[in-house]
Design a protein around this ligand. Sequence first.
Ligand code: NAP
Length: 245
Amino acid sequence: MKIAVIGGTGLIGSQVVKILNAGGHDAVPHSPASGLDLLSGRGLPEALSGADVVLNLTNSPTFDDASPAFFQTTMDNLLAAAKEAGVGHAIVLSIVGAELLPDLVYYRAKVLQEDILKAGPVPYSIVRATQFFEFVDSVLSWTADENTVRLPQTPIQPMASADVAQAVADVAVGAPLLGTRNVAGPEVFTLDELGRITLAAKGDKRTVVVDDTAGLFAAVHGDAIIAKEGAVIAKTSYRDWLAAR
Ligand SMILES: NC(=O)c1ccc[n+]([C@@H]2O[C@H](COP(=O)([O-])OP(=O)(O)OC[C@H]3O[C@@H](n4cnc5c(N)ncnc54)[C@H](OP(=O)(O)O)[C@@H]3O)[C@@H](O)[C@H]2O)c1
């Protein structure tokens, strides 16, 4: 299969390209550096020419009020070009529970991205993943100072980006789901617990202080971002992943 991977230089995209090519497919990574800008549409017709499948693994440069416009424009451009090129399957990567967090603009923007795909002219699949292990360091840095890291007790079920990439690649080589596949990590933690495990693994002596108002995930209530029934549960555990780092 010829598969155009937009965002193919990113954390997930680069791993998806490797998995697909190792499986005998012709997966081509695209990004602004290779001449494809999904915001302007530059390079899209060339990238999609002859493609059976297109994966959109781009991300908005910011998680703020600019993110809905990014996902709106990029999806409009993608679907118009995919229809024109006769692409048979379009896939986006979204976030487990995104619709349950309407107060967070980035999550709203991801739901908008999904809705545009669902309403569009190209057979589609949505893969929803939980938070990537690789994202945990950034989450800790948002509310850290020299001595402490403040974190809420939000339940979180993170997963390895390698497992996300495998799930995306599996969907890419199948028939369009015309629906959503949820994937999640094998364990649920509270975010403060995840912070303690992470700091201990690095020998970081800072203390985790529970603060249910700290950071983006303070706005997450209950089990909103935990795997839903029917989710595919990935194998890699956080502690094993930390140990192999
Ligand atoms: N972080 C999480 O825990 C999490 C959880 C679930 C789902 N997701 C979703 O996973 C997706 C991929 O995330 P990621 O961490 O792999 O992203 P990433 O590492 O930031 O990679 C983003 C990719 O998009 C490309 N890109 C950015 N703007 C573009 C544009 N205008 N036109 C074409 N390409 C563009 C980047 O190119 P450059 O090489 O130029 O940067 C890069 O290849 C995101 O949509 C995110 O919402 C994330």
